[in-house]
Every structure is written in structure tokens, then in C-alpha cells.
Ligand binder design. Structure first.
Ligand SMILES: C[S@@+](CC[C@H](N)C(=O)[O-])C[C@H]1O[C@@H](n2cnc3c(N)ncnc32)[C@H](O)[C@@H]1O
Length: 208
């Protein structure tokens, strides 16, 4: 795996550093979650409503989807949810300090059939994302494409050396994509990855 180079990424347009992370070091009861590719925000709004003790930063890159997400967030103004219109990679680099995330969600990512290097667990960015997770934090990766999860599993075993559990999604209806696939009877699966104690990355002390 090529070494990730966070220093080459400029901050997203109109970037504002969230001050929430500064409060984390003073208050160990605060928990932060991150959702990458939140779509129109169904999971983000539901998760934030059901987990008032967790602050969720939910990022969506596509303008049209983000606008729908923001509209729903305005109607349901949850104070523990920050919706962000940006590319998740530079946003995470510029906003998130090391060891600050308790949970990460990547739900039904684009399969990138022609560009394997753009699939999340194949990207050097994973080194950086893992450095932003606390010990014991979890990352949930869900997909309706078995081969996507097979490849991610292979990467977990041979590149990232992380423990995980692979399960079928049975009752959940967390996102619009999940609802669509389940309605069609397509099997959906997920990997629940845990960051173990003493796990090291080259970015454990790296801050922007
Ligand atoms: C297939 S959709 C799934 C959306 C939602 N998670 C769901 O399940 O309904 C994947 C989403 O990820 C977003 N996305 C892809 N790469 C991204 C990135 N680097 N940063 C933020 N969002 C991204 C896309 O814009 C798209 O909306």
C-alpha cells in the first residue's frame, strides 16, 4: 500500500474547523461518530435522534443529495448532528484530530466497478482514517455487492490486519439504498471492523 500524503490535500471550499473536537480532550464522556457518503441523510438523522449522547458528522459530496439532507435536517433540527457538504477525504484531514472517532459509517459506497483504487478499503486514505479512530472504535461498511465485501475482507486480512465481523443485513432499513435493495430482495451484508488496542498507523501523531 502506497503511503498516504495528507499534506497535499487543501481544505474543502468554505471549510470551517468544528470546535467540537477541542472539547473532547476536556470531557471524556463526549463521543463522536462520522458518516462518509451520507446520501440524503436518512441514517444520519435516525442515528442522531436515537443516540443523543453522540455527535455525528455526516458528509455528502453530491450537491443534490446534500441539499435534500440539509432540508430534512432543517425540518428535524438535531443539535448532535452536523451535516457537511464536502469530499470526506480533505474534510477528515483538516477537521478530525487523531483518536477522536468512536464510530465510522460507510453505508452502500459507490462500487467503483472500473476503478478498484477508489474503493474505500483499497485507498491509502484508510491509514489516515484509522488513525482518527479511538481504540475500540468501530467502522461499519455495508454493501449489496458481495464482491465488494469479499475484497474489503481480503484487505482487512492482508493489509490492515484488523478484527472484524461479517454479517447479513436482515432487518435494518437504515438508508435509501438499503431500503431499495431489501425491497428488491437483494441480499445486503456488512463488515463491523474494530480498532484494537496498540494498533499503529503512520499518522497517529499527525495534525494539520
Ligand atoms: C451509493 S450512495 C449511498 C448513499 C447512502 N449512504 C445510502 O446508502 O443511501 C454513495 C454516496 O457516497 C457519496 N460519496 C462518494 N464519495 C464520497 C466522498 N469522497 N466524500 C463524501 N461523499 C462521498 C456519493 O456522493 C453518494 O451519495
Amino acid at each position: 500500500m502506497r503511503m498516504f500524503r495528507p499534506e497535499v490535500f487543501k481544505a474543502p471550499r468554505d471549510f470551517e474547523r468544528p470546535d467540537y473536537f477541542e472539547r473532547l480532550s476536556d470531557d471524556s464522556s463526549l463521543k463522536v461518530a462520522l458518516e462518509i457518503g451520507a446520501g440524503v441523510g436518512l441514517h444520519a438523522l435516525t442515528f442522531a435522534a436515537q443516540n443523543p449522547e453522540v455527535h455525528l458528522f455526516a458528509i455528502e459530496r453530491t450537491a443534490e443529495k446534500y441539499q435534500k439532507f440539509e432540508q430534512s435536517h432543517t425540518i428535524q433540527p438535531l443539535v448532535n448532528l452536523t451535516s457537511i457538504h464536502a469530499d470526506a477525504i480533505p474534510w477528515v484531514i483538516h477537521a478530525v484530530p487523531p483518536r477522536s472517532l468512536a464510530q465510522v459509517f460507510i453505508l452502500y459506497p459507490n462500487p467503483e466497478p472500473k476503478n478498484a483504487a477508489q474503493r474505500w478499503f483499497n485507498m491509502p486514505f484508510m491509514q489516515f482514517l484509522l488513525s482518527r479512530m479511538q481504540t475500540g472504535a468501530t467502522l461499519t461498511l455495508a454493501s449489496n455487492i458481495e464482491a465488494y465485501l469479499d475484497e474489503a475482507e481480503e484487505q482487512l486480512n492482508t493489509v490492515w490486519y484488523l478484527p472484524y465481523e461479517r454479517t447479513q443485513v436482515t432487518t435494518a432499513r437504515r438508508t435509501h439504498f438499503e431500503i431499495k435493495y431489501m425491497a428488491r430482495g437483494e441480499p445486503c451484508g456488512q463488515l463491523l471492523v474494530t480498532k484494537p488496542e496498540n494498533y499503529q498507523t503512520p499518522f497517529d501523531a499527525w495534525t494539520m
